[in-house]
Each structure stands twice: as structure tokens, then as C-alpha cells.
Design a protein around this ligand. Structure first.
Ligand code: ADP
Length: 456
């Protein structure tokens, strides 16, 4: 390496030149004066050389006690090279230290931003470090709890069992000590020299969905089993009794027919729900003439009611509704059918379309049995019923309001339920202003609304 040879050469050049100069001065003194004079000249030269090196060495020793860039001594000769080399070395070190500190800072910021809790444990399961999510999820304090045994702070027996079992392939599901409804997935990952990384993730939502899925499968199976058992029982009787009385056989067939209709309704509602829940099903939109829709719903209600209720229609707005006619019909029809089914004979039912503020509101009001406040938030859950037997007797599937909720949310709307036990209920579907088309009425004649109200 030419560079290196050159620098080694340069290094030796100056001291050797100095020594050569001292030797030359000695020789000149010898030639001009005497051998003693020569020795004296060489001795003084060497002494000066030693003093020079000692001075630089002292400067270096002083600087090493407090090595700062700006306090670096300036040397002469070989010391200049040595001090420059040291200066460069220190500067490079300071730069790499700064780079390392910045990288560490970025890394810590990234770890802080993680949505999961992280705790670093040493070989004895004592906390070395934790991020802010660990403080939030597990109630740890990164400063106070450093060096503490993790099992003293996470006192649940399942966790201690998981920690001691040392089989960390599967995560542990644990309810939070502080908020029981929160579920954590806890995972230990061994790394380095018997250290462990404790990763805690909030899986409450995932567990909730999973529980809903399990409930749903159980509910569907249960709903199907009852009619299937009835149909199976009657069929068995018919097979085992060849000489059965025809009137009796007919009665059985009618009962079986009712059960198959019930299963059919359930399957239809399930298919509707699954279509609505499938986010890939696009919402095809059109301007729905609400007046016309209400007239059809009124006919439906009358057919279902068989004159047992007084049914009125009130149209307070001529606005059309932008949406999917089939879905809206299905949702509104569920509300109307519920009002008929849960209102005792002699009751009254109002179907109303109006503009409230900027919103379009379709509501169905009844003077029926009403609902206790505690049930109201759960009514749109699939298969949630206040009175199971009344729902079944009247042909309910327990899915009607779940369908309504989905249809409304696909139309950026929402359902408001106002009910008082023994007094009746109002179910209102609210639609945002952008779903309303409030131009002059195109087809419907205002006379129809008056007729509908009057006919009730
Ligand atoms: P169902 O098929 O059982 O009627 P829904 O999802 O349509 O299912 O309604 C859920 C429950 O809400 C019903 O079982 C009933 O208890 C209650 N409910 C719905 N509408 C009314 C109403 N108008 N009056 C009283 N209770 C109602």
C-alpha cells in the first residue's frame, strides 16, 4: 500500500533528520574543536529532544483527562501527526455516536408508536424495559417497575402458569385485571441470552366477533331444529299409521306446512342478512317514491292485520329517497309487520314519512305492548327477542331488526327506537339530507295521501 509506506516513511523522516542534524553538529564540533566539544553538543541536542517529547507527552496526558475536540493540543513534528490522527479518531467516534443515538431514538419512537405492549424480561423474568402501551394495558410503570419480577405485577395464575410452563408457541388469552371486558393475547418470545420479549395485544374486538359467530351458529341450529323435529315427528306418525283418519292426516300436513314455512322464512331472512353483510354487494340506487312505497306497505299491513288494527298513513314530505328500493322495502316492511304483530287487537298503527330538520324520517308508531328500556339497545342483535314465544307464534324469525339495521347503515342512516312498556313503540329510520330528492313531485298525486289517512 503506497499510502501506508509513504506515511511510515514520513513518520521516520523527521526524527531521523533531527538525529542526523544533532550528529552532524557533533561532527562539526569534533572537527572544529575537540571530541569533548562534540560529545557536549550531541548531549545538549539529545536533551533538548527529550524535553520537547516530554512536553508533548504532558500535553497529551492533560488532554486525555478531558478529551474534548476543541481542546486538542497542537504538536510539532511527529506530534502534529499524532494529534491530528487523534483529532480525526475522536471526531469519527463522536459522529458515529450521534448517528447511533439518532437511530436509537427513532427505534424507541417506533416501538412507542406500536399498538401492542412490549416488555423486555431478563433471564430471571425481571422487567428490563417496557413501552407506553405496556403501561396502559398492564398498569406497569417503566421507571418504578424496572427490575421487578413480572409475575409480581401480573398476578393472574394463568399467566404464572404460562410463564413457568415455557411452551410459548401458542399465545395465552387473558382478561384484563383492570377492565374485565378487555381480552389480551399474551405471547412470550425468548431471545438473546435467555431474555424474553413479552408481547401483549388487545384482542377484545376479535374475541367479540368470534363469540358472535359461535352464538350465531348455535342460534341458527336451534331455530332449525325445532321445526325439523316437528315435521319429522308428524312424518313418522303418518308412516307408522297407514290407516290414519284423513281429517287427522290433513291436520298434521297443515302443521307440517306451517313449520316448513317457518323454516323458509328463516332461510330467506338469513340470505337477506348475508347479502346485506357482504360488503362486496354494491348498493344500486334509484329515486324511491316514498308515497307509493307507503301505500304498498299500508296494503301489506292491512292484509296482515285482518282489520284487527286501525292503520293510518301520514305523508309530511314529498321528498323521494335515494336508495335501493328492494332493501328499503324489506326494512320498512319489517318495521310495519312488527307493529302489527306486537300490537294487540284494537290498537292503532301510523306509518309516517316526513322531513325533520335536514333528515328524512320514516317511522312506524304503534299502541302495542311496548318494550322495557333494558332490551332496547339489544333489539337489533340477531335472534334477540323480548318475548320468544310471542315472536314465534306470530311468525317472527328474530332477524327483522338486524336486517333493518344493516339496510339503514348501507344507506348511511340509523334506527331510533322510542318505546314505553304498555304504551307502544315508535321505530324511526333516519336518512341523511344527501339521500333526499326534494324536487317537485313527479308521479304521485297528493290526493292519495289524503285517501290513505282517511281510509284508516
Ligand atoms: P322478530 O322476528 O322476533 O319480530 P325482530 O328482530 O323483528 O324479530 O324484533 C326483535 C324483537 O323486538 C322482537 O322479538 C320483539 O320482542 C321486539 N319488537 C320489535 N318490534 C316491536 C314492536 N313494534 N313492539 C314491541 N316489541 C317489538
Amino acid at each position: 500500500m503506497p499510502g501506508k509506506t509513504e506515511s511510515v516513511f514520513e513518520f521516520w523522516l523527521r526524527p531521523l533528520t533531527t538525529l542526523a542534524l544533532i550528529a552532524l553538529a557533533g561532527l562539526v564540533a569534533w572537527a572544529a574543536l575537540s571530541a569533548t566539544a562534540a560529545l557536549a553538543v550531541v548531549a545538549v541536542g539529545c536533551l533538548l529532544l527529550v524535553v520537547f517529547h516530554l512536553q508533548n507527552l504532558a500535553a497529551l496526558e492533560r488532554w486525555l483527562r478531558q478529551p474534548e475536540l476543541r481542546a486538542m493540543p497542537h504538536g510539532l513534528g511527529i506530534w502534529e501527526g499524532a494529534f491530528t490522527g487523534l483529532y480525526e479518531l475522536l471526531r469519527t467516534e463522536i459522529r458515529s455516536h450521534q448517528t447511533l443515538a439518532a437511530t436509537l431514538e427513532r427505534f424507541q419512537a417506533a416501538v412507542k408508536a406500536l399498538p401492542d405492549a412490549l416488555v423486555v424480561l431478563d433471564r430471571r423474568d425481571r422487567i428490563e424495559w417496557c413501552n407506553s402501551m405496556a403501561e396502559a394495558y398492564l398498569g406497569l410503570d417503566s421507571a418504578r417497575d424496572q427490575g421487578q419480577q413480572i409475575s409480581y405485577l401480573l398476578r393472574q395464575p394463568q399467566f404464572s402458569g404460562y410463564l413457568n410452563a415455557q411452551h410459548y408457541a401458542e399465545p395465552l388469552l387473558l382478561r384484563s385485571q383492570h377492565a374485565r371486558e378487555t381480552v389480551f393475547s399474551i405471547r412470550l418470545v425468548p431471545y438473546g441470552e435467555e431474555q424474553k420479549l413479552l408481547i401483549v395485544r388487545d384482542v377484545t374486538q376479535r374475541e367479540h366477533v368470534e363469540a358472535m359467530r359461535r352464538d350465531f351458529v348455535a342460534n341458527v341450529s336451534h331455530e332449525m331444529r325445532t321445526p325439523l323435529t316437528v315435521v319429522g315427528g308428524f312424518l313418522e306418525t303418518l308412516i307408522d299409521t297407514p290407516s290414519i283418519d284423513p281429517a287427522r292426516a290433513r291436520h298434521y300436513l297443515e302443521l307440517m306446512h306451517a313449520q316448513t314455512q317457518r323454516m323458509q322464512r328463516l332461510v330467506e331472512d338469513l340470505l337477506t342478512l348475508s347479502r346485506l353483510e357482504n360488503t362486496n354487494t354494491p348498493l344500486t340506487e334509484e329515486e324511491v317514491d316514498v308515497r307509493e312505497l307507503l301505500e304498498r306497505l299500508e296494503d301489506e299491513a292491512r292484509a296482515l292485520s285482518q282489520d284487527r288494527h286501525a292503520i293510518r298513513v301520514e305523508i309530511g314530505s314529498e321528498c323521494a329517497l335515494l336508495g335501493n328500493a328492494r332493501e328499503l322495502t324489506s326494512a320498512f316492511s319489517n318495521l310495519v309487520s312488527n307493529a302489527v304483530r306486537y300490537t294487540p287487537d284494537g290498537g292503532e298503527i301510523w306509518l309516517r314519512w316526513e322531513k325533520k330538520g335536514t333528515e328524512g324520517v320514516f317511522s312506524v308508531k304503534d299502541t302495542g305492548e311496548g318494550i322495557e328500556a333494558q332490551h332496547i339497545p339489544r333489539l337489533t342483535e340477531r335472534f334477540y327477542r323480548v318475548d320468544r314465544s310471542r315472536s314465534r307464534e306470530t311468525g317472527g324469525t328474530g332477524l327483522g331488526l338486524a336486517i333493518v339495521k344493516h339496510v339503514l347503515s348501507r344507506h348511511q342512516g340509523h334506527l331510533v327506537i322510542d318505546s314505553r312498556l304498555g304504551r307502544g313503540s315508535t321505530f324511526s329510520a333516519h336518512f341523511p339530507a344527501r339521500r333526499l330528492r326534494c324536487g317537485p313531485p313527479e308521479t304521485a298525486s297528493p290526493q292519495t295521501a289524503a285517501d290513505s289517512s282517511a281510509s284508516a
